[in-house]
Ligand binder design. Structure first.
Ligand code: ADP
Ligand code: TRP
Length: 321
């Protein structure tokens, strides 16, 4: 199976992103032909600062590599290093009805949040369709919010196939079962929009302070507590191995403990859990030439496939002999 997904380089990943998404994407590299890319052309629809975009793009690459994306198993590249995708985007554009894009939730969402309605934002799903179709992807692992984009991609591909003959593979979205709804520092779902995130790679000292300040209820220490519904327990469960978690659950049920102890356990367990990615990220950041090599290799592998599919599409619609 060929698997493909893109990650926009906007904002640093937090614990919720890792346990809810990134970890599963990376796992898919083991039994599939996987393509992962950093969608810098998509980010250009909202970022207006060249250094910021360059920096974010590199950060996203380092994050993925540090968290276990293996460039020997998966093809990792930056979207703009495969110019074929922009060319395919144009071929798809002419067959994309305005109405299809006007119905697109993410566009309406962004404009209602006050982002200027530029053409890039409006045609964002067509570029995303090109991203997917150009690698003959069978499966696109995404969060729920991206399902509509994959469906639009299928519509665009079907319409092209209908007019010009079988050209594109029809991809399927794969929504990850939310393995975890990771709570944030206020107990609500962790999310950039709620300002309650703990970032994977933020410096340890302030991170520990943040963990020690997580909101808790004011039940007396002596009371026994049900672990499952408690957000501190849920956070600990992300990091702890089964025996340690059982021990924690037993402590909740016994009562007579302070939430400070749980917070400290979370801080220790998360530090241990992400120690290797942290070290790996630092090492990669210190060797930009290695990262550049990985990306150049990823781009050349991606271009091989992209070139093949682009030529197929060009022939089908008559812009190539
Ligand atoms: P945010 O809500 O911080 O803006 P995104 O919408 O960019 O995060 O989420 C990217 C991916 O991370 C989504 O596919 C979603 O499944 C996952 N995710 C985000 N927050 C959480 C969370 N608190 N718990 C589980 N998964 C999450
Ligand atoms: N739009 C996706 C997001 O915001 C990123 C993305 C771009 C993507 N191209 C893609 C995801 C192709 C999957 C497939 O998260």
């Amino acid at each position: 199976m060929r698997v493909l997904s893109g990650i926009q380089p906007t904002g640093r990943p937090h614990w919720g992103n890792y346990f809810g998404a990134i970890r599963q994407y990376i796992d898919l590299q083991n039994d599939n032909e996987a393509y992962y890319f950093v969608a810098n052309l998509h980010a250009l629809t909202t970022i207006r600062d060249a250094d910021e975009l360059r920096g974010n793009t590199l950060d996203a690459v380092l994050d993925l590599l540090a968290l276990g994306l293996d460039p020997d198993r998966a093809t990792l590249f930056v979207q703009s290093d495969v110019p074929e995708v922009s060319e395919l985007c144009w071929l798809l554009m002419s067959g994309t009805p305005m109405g299809l894009l006007e119905r697109c939730v993410s566009y309406k969402d962004k404009v209602s949040k006050g982002l200027p309605a530029n053409a890039g934002l409006f045609t964002y799903p067509v570029l995303q369709a090109a991203d997917i179709l150009i690698y003959d992807a069978d499966v696109v692992p995404v969060g729920q919010d991206q399902v509509q984009h994959v469906e639009i991609c299928r519509d665009i591909a079907q319409s092209f196939n209908h007019h010009f003959g079988e050209t594109f593979v029809l991809p399927k979205p794969r929504v990850l079962e939310a393995t975890a709804r990771v709570p944030g520092t206020d107990g609500e779902k962790m999310s950039k929009s709620y300002n309650n995130t703990i970032e994977i790679f933020e410096p340890l000292k302030p991170q520990r302070k943040k963990i020690m300040r997580i909101t808790t209820d004011s039940r007396p220490m002596e009371d026994p507590k049900e672990p499952e519904g408690d957000h501190l327990y849920q956070l600990y469960a992300c990091f702890a191995a089964a025996p340690a978690l059982e021990e924690m659950a037993a402590m909740y049920r016994r009562g007579g403990f302070g939430y400070g102890e749980v917070k400290k356990a979370i801080a220790d367990a998360s530090e241990h859990f992400f120690a290797e990615p942290r070290a790996k990220r630092e090492e990669l950041a210190a060797h930009p030439e290695k990262v550049a090599e990985i990306l150049a290799d990823g781009a050349s592998r991606a271009r091989l496939k992209a070139g093949e599919v682009l030529r197929r599409a060009q022939k089908a619609c008559g812009v190539r002999g």
